[in-house]
Design a protein around this ligand. Structure first.
Ligand code: GA4
Length: 334
């Protein structure tokens, strides 16, 4: 247990500031290239993560949302708190989820649903309507990108219909969420042997996640050997990752991988993250294609059941293991 004399950092999780031991880097996929289907499939199976360039989300939408987000987080706390406390939706500060997890960040968590986003504007000041418009425009575009990637995957796997995965996100009742995170700089970190955790290690429960951040580093991905790979920032690309529901749909062929965010001592990190999910009543089960000659390693569950289990868990817990068909064998890291 590390004890710090700085009261600002009290009760926040820390991790040793070790030099990366692994020389691996994140796959970079140019979505405008004809081989991108194959590359996406490979990255989802081997890595669970990739960086997408030429992703097609208009720059203006991104910069408009980034400006509005920065404006929102610079409001006085009392104004921001009008949109909270996040239970789970709305403005949140340091507390993550309902079970005692904390991090060095403030955030807005919203249902990625235009109706919900405009209702959210009623709770905060009238000045935020342009903010809601920017969120709506961006979430519409990023959902399009997520669906395109899911359709490329279906095409590469020769799964019919092509919208086998994307239909979950296009469903009017889809439980997709959108998150805006602000990790303030933490000057107290300079010279410390420890890094402050902005958002603790976890896997994403949903099908597919699309993350875009400003030019500040922080994201780290857990590699198979347990080491952490820092992901350099690049505001022109997006990071795409497989979620637990996709790991279940593919019977473990795609990997939902743990990741975390560490705080920066000098710069603010702003990220906008879309989590594409099924509707609460949708059933999630390994698809027949992945069961040829293989047993289903996950039970069939509704998204409601999975979400309920997720909100009963701590951030770093392995939620998917609760839905395995048989006891996990030692060393099995599917
Ligand atoms: C992790 C991914 C998304 O940010 C999120 C998070 C959610 C929350 O912040 O409310 C959870 C977390 C996330 C997984 C376990 C539960 C739920 C906090 C928590 C302890 C919005 C999501 O869907 O799951």
């Amino acid at each position: 247990m590390v004890v710090l004399s700085n009261p600002v950092l009290d009760h926040l999780p820390l991790t040793k500031n070790q030099k990366p031991t692994n020389s691996m880097s994140l796959p970079i996929i140019d979505l405008s290239m004809s081989d991108s289907n194959t590359m996406i499939l490979k990255a989802c199976e081997e890595f669970g993560f990739f960086r997408a360039i030429n992703h097609g989300i208009p720059k203006e939408l991104i910069s408009r949302l980034e400006e509005e987000t920065a404006k929102f987080f610079s409001l006085p706390l009392s104004e921001k708190e009008k949109a909270g406390p996040a239970k789970p939706f709305g403005y949140g500060n340091r507390r993550i989820g309902p079970n005692g997890d904390v991090g060095w960040l403030e955030y807005l968590l919203l249902q990625a649903h235009p109706q919900f986003i405009s209702q959210f504007s009623l709770h905060v000041s009238k000045k935020t309507s342009s903010f809601c418009e920017a969120i709506n425009a961006y979430t519409f575009a990023v959902r399009g990108l997520a669906c395109q990637i899911l359709e490329q995957i279906a095409e590469e796997l020769k799964i019919e219909p092509r919208n086998t995965f994307s239909q979950y996100l296009m469903d009017k009742q889809s439980d997709s969420v959108f998150r805006l995170n602000h990790y303030p700089p933490c000057p107290a970190l300079v010279d410390l042997k420890y890094k402050l955790i902005g958002f603790g290690e976890h896997t994403d429960p949903q099908i597919l996640t699309v993350l875009r951040s400003n030019n500040t580093a922080g994201l780290e991905i857990c590699l198979r050997d347990g080491s952490w790979l820092p992901v350099p920032p690049d505001p022109n690309s997006v990071i795409v990752n497989v979620g637990d529901a996709m790991q279940a749909l593919t019977n473990g062929k795609f990997r939902s991988v743990k990741h975390r965010v560490v705080a920066n001592s000098k710069k603010s990190r702003l990220s906008m993250i879309y989590f594409g999910a099924p509707s609460l009543t949708a059933k999630v089960a390994p698809l027949p294609l992945f069961l040829r000659g293989e047993k289903a390693i996950y039970q069939t569950f509704t998204w409601y059941e999975y979400k309920k289990a997720a909100y009963a868990s701590r951030l770093s817990d392995n939620r998917l293991d609760l839905f395995r068909t048989e006891e996990k064998e030692a060393g099995d890291t599917a």
